[in-house]
Design a protein. Structure first.
Length: 235
């Protein structure tokens, strides 16, 4: 088991050092991002009890993001053994796309290179130089989270999943994303998202209507962002 663990970490490090194509996007003036909170009945085990930060990007009208609440329990100095400062951080599972590619979420007034703006002073990037500088600085855990892989949906795929009831939507809460313990995050945000949906409560219909309105508003906002974005901003 230990040999498999070491081999897995070595693979992650090798993929990182081989300079796989970075997660890139042109500057985004007004990114439209939300938190996806997995419903209790989520059938896909990769996203069960997950909290996903997502945004629209590029002319392809696709959706990209990271699962923010799933720690792999791997100290980051196993991936970057030359950086002692990395020991206080842990590697997280970001999603099933490009597993092994390192991406990071940082809360900063300064935008990293090749970043996607997820919210005000909240950026997603896979630029190796930027990550190393953040680790060396050092950057506190509550301002930086590092992932292996990310999540992505084809055009209209996520809207279909929302309509099916797989996800609840919440506004982006940077304090919860980086401040709360990953193990506690899903339940806390699920309760926030479903606080009106109590069995037998007259508010159940109102909550469902609110979700429908939020879904429609989200789709409209994403469509606006994509239509007004420079076509060169695709990954």
């Amino acid at each position: 088991m230990r040999r498999r663990f070491i081999s897995w970490v070595a693979l992650i490090a090798a993929l990182w050092l081989c300079s796989s194509p970075p997660l890139r996007a042109a500057d985004v003036e007004s990114a439209s991002s939300v938190l996806l909170i997995a419903a209790e009945g989520m059938a896909d085990p990769r996203f069960r009890q997950s909290v996903v930060l997502v945004t629209r990007h590029g002319s392809s009208n696709s959706t990209i993001g990271v699962i923010v609440n799933r720690s792999l329990g791997v100290p980051l100095d196993r991936v970057f053994p030359e950086l002692k400062q990395a020991a206080e951080h842990h590697l997280h599972y970001g999603g099933p796309v490009a597993e092994g590619q390192i991406v990071f979420l940082v809360r900063s007034a300064e935008e990293p290179a090749a970043a996607i703006a997820m919210a005000e002073q909240l950026f997603l990037s896979s630029d190796g130089g930027s990550l190393r500088r953040l680790l060396v600085a050092p950057t506190p855990v509550k301002r930086l989270r590092v992932f292996s892989g990310f999540a992505s949906w084809a055009p209209d795929q996520l809207e279909h999943e929302i309509d099916r009831g797989d996800w609840f939507l919440l506004p982006v809460d940077a304090d919860a994303l980086l401040g709360d313990a990953p193990d506690d995050m899903w339940l806390k945000l699920w309760r926030r998202a479903t606080q009106l949906m109590v069995q037998g409560s007259p508010f159940g219909r109102q909550a469902a209507q609110q979700r429908d309105v939020a879904t429609a508003a989200l789709a409209q906002a994403w469509t606006h962002v994509v239509r007004h974005r420079d076509p060169a901003s695709a990954l």
